[in-house]
Design a protein around this ligand. Sequence first.
Ligand code: SME
Length: 166
Amino acid sequence: MAEAARAELPADKAERYSALRTEIAAVIAGEPNVTARYATAASLLAQAFPDRFFWTGFYVVDPDKQNELVVGPYQGTLGCLRIPFGKGVCGAAAAKRETILVPDVHAFPGHIACDSRSNSEIVTPVLDGSGALAAVLDVDSTAFDAFDAVDKAGLEAICGDLLTID
Ligand code: SME
């Protein structure tokens, strides 16, 4: 049975994202280490939506191979280690530098099935302070059509803060 989301978070989804954004920003403020920032966001997001977020984490741009993502901090079952730009949902979001919402991953050409229990997915780019792509945030659900415009707006706002808050 899925664990209940933390009681102190608002029940309304948009309000929950807003509270999470504030919480994540407060924890990462003053922290220069990027891995610590990604790990904080992955943990708090996964705990905030335990019934919908089956896999929550980051694929970062490999500094040694500019056209490949390598797995970063995540919460969930074993993820694939590397994803070339343009492959799967993560690689497509990295190549386009825009959020991709996939209601049925089995219908997405080239979808990479790290865990066959995932049925829908949302991937949001993370840009650094100069606007360069640094990573993507990938959230998978075991439910079909689990993500909507509220998730997109909430995750984009949080990703927008991750590398830009001092
Ligand atoms: N499904 C993703 C790969 C990453 S995992 O699901 C954790 C994709 O197609 O990019």
